[in-house]
Structure formats: C-alpha cells, structure tokens
Write a protein that binds this ligand. Structure first.
Ligand code: FAD
Length: 286
C-alpha cells in the first residue's frame, strides 16, 4: 500500500526507521527489533541505505528481510550518491516485482573526507532529480527529507524552503524531518512550508536521546541544536550511562508529548535498531 494512502487514513500513529545490518549477528538483532516493534502496528517501516555497490545491496537485502514480516509496509531509501540511471531503473523494476510501492528519495551526504564532492557530475545531482526520475519510472509514493533548522549546506532558511519546494513540486508525496530536539524548529518549518503553499504531510523525525556524546557529534554535522539544559543534564551523568539514558528518554517522551499536543500525531522514530528505548517511549506516549 502507498504511504500517502495510509497517511490519509490514519491521523495518528508511528513509523520506524531501521538501518541495514552488516553482520549475521546484526541481522538477527534487526529481526528481533522488527518483531518487537511490529506489535505497535506501525504505519510503515523504512530502511536507510548507503552509497552504491555492496552497501546498497545490504540495504536491499534488509528490505527483503523486512518484507517477510507480513503486514509491514516497507519503504527503501535511495540516494543519488554514485547512483547510475540504469542501476536505479533496474532496482526500481526489482522493487516493483516485490510489491514495493514507496521510496524515500535522498541526495545522500558527500563521501567521508571528500567535502568538495561534485554532485553535479553524477546522473542525479539533487534529491529533486531523483524524485523526477522516480515519478517517470513508475507509480511510487515518494518521501523526501526536510530540515527544521535548514540543511547544513544551505545558506539561509529562505533558500532551504525554496529547494524543498522544488523537490516537492517534482512529485514528493510526504516528507520526514531531520532529527530536532527543540520543537519550535519543527513548528517554524511547518509555518514556512505552509506560507510557500506546501501541503504534504511532514512527519517529525524523532531520535531518542540516549548517549549525549554521540548525539552531539551527529548534531554538529547536520545542523541540529541540542538545548543547553538537556546537554548539561545528560553530560553530568556521563559516568552513569543508564541514568543518562533514562534522563534522555524522559526528555524524548516530553518532546513527543508536546508534538502530539500540538497536532503532530504521527511520529517517525529513528530506531537505531534498538527496540527497548523505543518501546519505553511508546509506552509513555500512546
Ligand atoms: P537535497 O534536497 O538534494 O539537498 C541537498 C543540498 O542541496 C541542500 O543543501 C539543498 O538546499 C541543496 N539544493 C537542493 N536543490 C538545489 C538546487 N536546485 N540548487 C542548488 N542547491 C540545491 N542519507 C543517506 O545516505 N542514506 C539514507 O538512508 C538517509 N536517510 C535519511 C532520512 C531522513 C529522514 C533524513 C532527514 C536524512 C537522511 N539522509 C540519508 C541524509 C541526507 O541524504 C543528507 O542530509 C543529504 O545531505 C541531503 O539529502 P537531501 O535528500 O535532503 O538533498
């Protein structure tokens, strides 16, 4: 089923994002995670992907593993990075045969250590170009990424919303946000989108706060603000990881409750393939 249809029907719910495992042990852990979270009747599940070749194959393999879990709507992510038109065409054909109706279309980040990577030399330069190609290539429902604080490479929020509109006008059906920890950025994004005439569903992407050092590292490369009070509170618990995790989970519960109170009743969780944290949050908010 298309996610756009699911979102029309369900005004409340959760979705889960997983990443492809690299080892046999990782595969078993993913399966256990998916089985545990499937009980929560997610709107859909998505699978991230890396760039090209073997890494992309691992993503595809993980997508097929999830498809074996009946009743789960699975959306693979696809990136422009190193993607050749013919390979994408073949992959789409394969996905269609497997009954996949949804694709998350992304540009991808520059390869590690190559900050001046030239995306314009590739078959697809921006997510917008991939969306256009996917629309021509089949009857897929397409998700795209949006950025409450603006994408890290964009000069201004005005420019960011202009480019966001381009990929949505190219045919995106819904969007999922980058992680954020201050909900006011999400509410402002919705306001900017509304003013620009963008009316597709925008699911807030929730990264549970568990390890503050790791999240700080990640946040610094993707322009996400961590509120000072929670950073200090969790930082002061760094010698006691389980207390730090509990503190972070409490924060994420409050974040979700605020979103729900303000009308964002469909939440997308970056699960990091760890069910216990997500379950603790869902127990508190649903
Ligand atoms: P785009 O929308 O193409 O934007 C990239 C940059 O180009 C932005 O700075 C934008 O402002 C600018 N831009 C866009 N259009 C134009 C234009 N016409 N002219 C000039 N500049 C323009 N990465 C992965 O590798 N694998 C994943 O599975 C993955 N999943 C993700 C899931 C979510 C929910 C999110 C939020 C991100 C995910 N990412 C993933 C990360 C994403 O690939 C990076 O953030 C990437 O840097 C940008 O991708 P995009 O699709 O938003 O790119």
């Amino acid at each position: 089923m298309k996610i756009s249809e699911i979102l029309k029907k369900h005004k409340k719910g959760v979705s889960f994002e997983f990443f492809p495992p690299k080892t046999e042990k990782g595969k078993q852990a993913l399966l256990t995670t998916v089985k545990a979270l499937k009980e929560r009747k997610p709107l859909y599940a998505s699978m991230t992907c890396g760039a090209g070749g073997a890494i992309q194959d691992k993503s595809k393999e993980a997508v097929y593993m999830l498809l074996e879990e009946e009743e789960l709507v699975v959306m693979p992510h696809l990136t422009c990075l190193k993607a050749q038109e013919t390979d994408i065409r073949n992959l789409l054909e394969e996905y269609k045969q497997k009954g996949i109706r949804n694709i998350m279309a992304l540009r991808g980040d520059p390869p590690q250590g190559v900050s001046d990577f030239d995306f314009s030399k590739q078959d697809f330069c921006y997510a917008r170009d991939l969306v256009t190609f996917l629309k021509k290539g089949g009857d897929f429902c397409i998700g795209v990424a949006v950025y409450p604080e603006g994408h890290i490479e964009t000069g201004s929020l005005e420019q960011d919303i202009e480019y966001t509109k381009q990929k949505i006008d190219a045919g995106a059906d819904f969007a999922v946000t980058q992680m954020f920890f201050d909900n006011s950025y999400y509410y402002s994004l919705l306001e900017r989108m509304r003013k620009k005439g963008i009316n597709i569903p925008v699911l807030p992407g929730i990264l549970p706060l568990t390890n503050i050092a790791k999240v700080k590292e990640f946040a610094s490369v993707c322009r996400t603000t961590i509120p000072k009070d929670i950073e200090e509170k969790m930082g002061s618990l760094s010698l006691n990881p389980s207390d730090m995790e509990k503190c972070g989970i409490d924060f994420t519960i409050k974040q979700c409750q605020d979103l729900i109170k303000n009308g964002a009743q469909r939440l997308h969780f970056f699960t990091l393939n760890k069910p216990s944290v997500i379950k603790a949050i869902l127990d508190a908010i649903l």
